[in-house]
Design a protein around this ligand. Structure first.
Ligand code: DX5
Ligand code: ZN
Length: 222
């Protein structure tokens, strides 16, 4: 299965966001990953639906919205309105929502349905929902900040998701997020991931096209 690259705009230069989005689109990005943080579920605040709407106006790529917020159910309609293609919510009780209901809400709104778990959260928590989702996001850092080191210990969850995917009829995407560079991209793909979120390794690179190719495992000139 081919690998999809989803640059996280958290690492982009916000003073020229439209240009950054157009550049990663031209560089071969598959999706744009939008990290939404509320200062409660995670210890950081990023941006909200108004910025997602702006991103939507500057790209035809699917928008992959990752909600690191409490009460996601309350905000889902605003992100749908802003142009989200997929919406991913957290499974942890600290996210303060009825996970099953929110997944149904996202589906009902016509978006792709994503579920995610923090490095400290056990895989058992997502298992009951696997047949309701289109994508499982395995966090490979504790969410809140870009630029953290990749957690190799999370690969067991990627393997478990890949096993589940193999045994069932449902073909979910397995996404990883945090500390993805060409080396950890390879590790993630080898364990069964097919969607790679990357902030720092794309937006802090001198050449976005080369950075994206390197994440896919292509060498320059291929
Ligand atoms: C972490 C976010 C990630 C993060 C990835 O809270 O969910 O999407 O921005 O950034 P890098 O690639 O810099 O680890
Ligand atoms: Zn993210």
């Amino acid at each position: 299965m081919s690998v999809l690259i989803a640059p996280s705009i958290l690492a982009a230069d916000f003073s020229r966001l439209a240009d950054e989005i157009e550049r990663v689109e031209q560089a071969g990005a598959d999706w744009i990953h939008c990290d939404i943080m509320d200062g409660h579920f995670v210890d950081n605040i990023s941006f909200g639906p108004a910025i997602v709407d702006l991103v939507h106006k500057h790209t035809s790529l699917p928008l992959d919205v990752h909600l690191m917020i409490e009460h996601a159910d309350h905000y889902v309609p605003r992100f749908v309105e802003a142009g989200a293609t997929s919406i991913t919510v957290h499974v942890e009780p600290e996210a303060k929502h009825d996970v099953g209901k929110t997944l149904d809400q996202i589906r009902g709104a016509g978006c792709r349905v994503g579920l995610t778990l923090n490095p400290e959260t056990s895989f058992e928590l997502v298992e009951p929902f696997l047949d309701k989702i289109d994508m499982l996001l395995v966090m490979t850092v504790h969410p809140g900040f870009g630029g953290q080191p990749f957690r190799n210990d999370q690969m067991e969850k990627v393997r478990r998701a890949a096993q589940w995917k193999k045994s069932g009829a449902q073909k979910i995407d397995i996404e990883v997020d945090g500390g993805i560079d060409p080396e950890t991209a390879r590790v993630s793909i080898d364990n069964g991931a097919n969607v790679l979120v990357a902030g720092t390794s794309i937006f802090h690179a001198p050449n976005y096209t080369e950075a994206i190719r390197a994440l896919r495992g292509d060498s320059v000139g291929d």
